[in-house]
Design a protein around this ligand. Structure first.
Ligand code: ATP
Ligand code: MG
Length: 555
């Protein structure tokens, strides 16, 4: 049980908010979801599921400059794919009218004023945590004037940046967020993706988030630790219209009150966890898109071959605390391996092929080997592997010289098993003019076929193969970590200079003909290579596989 679940259980026992549990997941639709968001999703939806409550989806769409429906659609798709179901879909923009009226109310109560200073001037007057700020010269302007100016702001009569509405709280408060925070700003030149040109003023996060929670009846407003310093302000705003000052803005009555709780953000080594930076990578063409398999986005991880179960198992493993830290990328890779290990077919794909000719195998003969998808797991089915006199094997599985520690093919004549088939012994090889090996020769023992009595004979090594003519060509994309340094966000260099130049290598492999039927998002283990998934762009004519992860951690 995590610490937030403990809080929730206590609240239920104490009948806080009538033991009602309501959470929300509040993404800003200004980018695609990343695995950091999944941590928040698992918490928000998980609490609701576990305690019989509801989790709504709320788009925090208060900045039209950066937001778009493309992002709204992808966010919904990704949450569903992860396996979560929301109650209702809300938009902060649904509350623009209520929030505007609330701002007017604040002005009338002497709790807000229109400031005509620039953002820089306002920032300069903020002071420091130990020194009080300086009051704005506009702080005490008459209520009537504030009302008139705020209405003029909304009417589109004031240019962007010329005025803001600030809450009038306390310029000396040790919490900087209380020093008359900006609560409304003017944005006239960007239509909003839902409200079009209706609004020329937009609420700031602090004036929208808690209020939206309150309007909806959220009981536990869970977010990440950077919002701890905002919590007193969250509470202060809610104090102004709840409890004794109840204005009827919530359907849950006078005693209802939302509370904010915070947990540690997810950071992972060798990647960045910020939509802003990811957007830059996409826009500057440094990756192929939001769903580039190297991206830590949900769509990128999916295309990379991460399953929803694997991602959720990872989030379960890392847990929730109140201390920031960075998780080793190796743990994510380990989790997906564990998840796929006993589930996905293990097939042969030859990455650096060389031809093997079995000289004593009858000319023109072909046979079908029936191979189990996972050895010893008959419930996972079998597949047919055509076998013949000529095969493709890995170049590295043959050594011309041989040596006593090399157990695979060499003219030393060691017995080697061809996976799921016969035992062979190498006899020699043929080379081209440059000295490259073009063909390896071997003999086989017909009495050693796997699955027959002779099939149990032990060899020190087993190698992979694909029948020469039946083999299919497949494009294999070998992905590696996106960044070359462990913590790109802490580096003084620009993060774009820190990209791993070897994060993608593309090869053509010879793969089993059974893979002709593979469909997008089918997962496989390529024996001795790693886990692979069929790419979205793969077709029967042009197979494409993405490496999810190698079999063992690289470092
Ligand atoms: P980014 O900095 O990447 O833009 P954000 O916090 O601005 O992220 P939002 O869309 O505002 O993105 O986030 C929606 C929710 O997801 C918030 O509750 C936020 O706390 C949570 N969240 C965002 N990033 C992480 C993360 N790395 N780990 C855990 N939760 C996160
Ligand atoms: Mg945000």
């Amino acid at each position: 049980m995590n610490f937030i679940e403990e809080i929730v259980e206590k609240d239920i026992q104490e009948k806080k908010n009538d033991s009602r549990i309501q959470t929300r997941f509040p993404p800003e639709p200004n980018g695609y979801l990343h695995i950091g968001h999944v941590k928040a999703i698992c918490m928000d939806f998980g609490i609701a599921e576990k305690y019989g409550g509801v989790c709504n989806l709320r788009f925090d769409d208060t900045n039209p400059v950066k937001e778009d429906v493309e992002y709204v659609d992808s966010i919904m798709h990704d949450i569903s794919w992860l396996g979560f179901r929301w109650g209702k879909v809300f938009y902060a923009s649904d509350y623009f009218e209520q929030l505007y009226n609330l701002a007017i109310r604040f002005i009338k109560d002497g709790l807000a004023y229109v400031d005509e200073q620039t953002a820089e001037q306002i920032a300069e007057q903020k002071g420091t945590p130990t020194e009080p700020g300086k009051p704005s010269p506009y702080r005490d302007r008459p209520i009537e004037e504030n009302l008139r100016l705020f209405e003029a702001m909304q009417a589109g009569e004031i240019p962007d940046g010329k005025m803001v509405l600030r809450a009038k709280i306390d310029m000396a408060n040790p919490n900087m967020h209380f020093r008359d925070p900006i609560i409304y700003r003017i944005i006239t030149n960007h239509p909003h993706h839902r409200t079009g040109r209706k609004w020329n003023v937009y609420p700031m996060y602090d004036f929208a988030h808690g209020q939206s929670d309150y309007f909806e009846g959220v009981t536990h407003s869970i977010c990440t630790l950077e919002f701890v310093v905002h919590r007193p302000l969250y509470d202060w705003f809610i104090d102004q219209f709840s409890g004794d000052k109840f204005l009827g803005l919530s359907p849950y009555g006078r005693d209802y009150r939302p509370h904010q709780y915070e947990f540690n953000r997810l950071n992972i080594t060798y990647t960045v966890m910020s939509k802003r930076k990811m957007l830059q990578l996409v826009q500057e063409g440094l990756v192929a898109g939001w769903d580039d398999p190297r991206m830590p986005t949900v769509c990128g991880l999916r295309r990379r071959g991460y399953t929803a179960e694997a991602i959720r198992a990872f989030i379960d493993k890392i847990g929730y605390t109140k201390v920031e830290g960075t998780i080793d990328l190796g743990l994510l890779e380990h989790t997906v391996r564990e998840e796929l290990k006993e589930k996905v077919p293990r097939v042969c794909a030859i990455f650096d092929p060389v031809k093997l000719v079995i000289t004593n195998y009858p000319n023109g003969q072909k046979e079908n080997i029936i191979a189990e998808n996972i050895d010893g797991k008959s419930e996972l089915g079998t597949r047919v592997m055509p076998f013949g006199k000529e095969l493709w094997i890995e170049r590295g599985d043959f050594q011309e010289e041989g040596d006593k520690n090399f157990y695979r093919l060499s003219p030393m004549g060691r017995e080697v098993r061809l996976k799921s088939a016969y035992i062979v012994q190498a006899t020699g090889c043929e080379k081209d003019a440059e000295g490259n090996i073009t063909t390896v020769f071997a003999t086989y023992d017909p009495d050693t076929k796997s699955g027959t009595e002779g099939g149990t004979r032990k060899t020190k090594a087993t190698i992979n193969w694909v029948e020469y003519e039946a083999a299919l060509d497949a494009e294999v994309r070998l992905y590696d970590r996106l960044f070359a340094v462990e913590n790109p966000s802490a580096d003084e260099r620009d993060f774009r200079e820190l990209l791993n130049p070897d994060s993608l290598k593309v090869i053509t492999a010879k793969v089993e003909p059974s893979l002709a039927k593979a469909e997008t998002q089918d997962h496989f283990q390529f024996l001795k290579q790693g886990y692979f998934v069929v790419d979205d762009d793969s077709t029967a004519e042009h197979l494409i596989f993405n490496r999810t992860t190698s079999l063992k951690g690289t470092k």
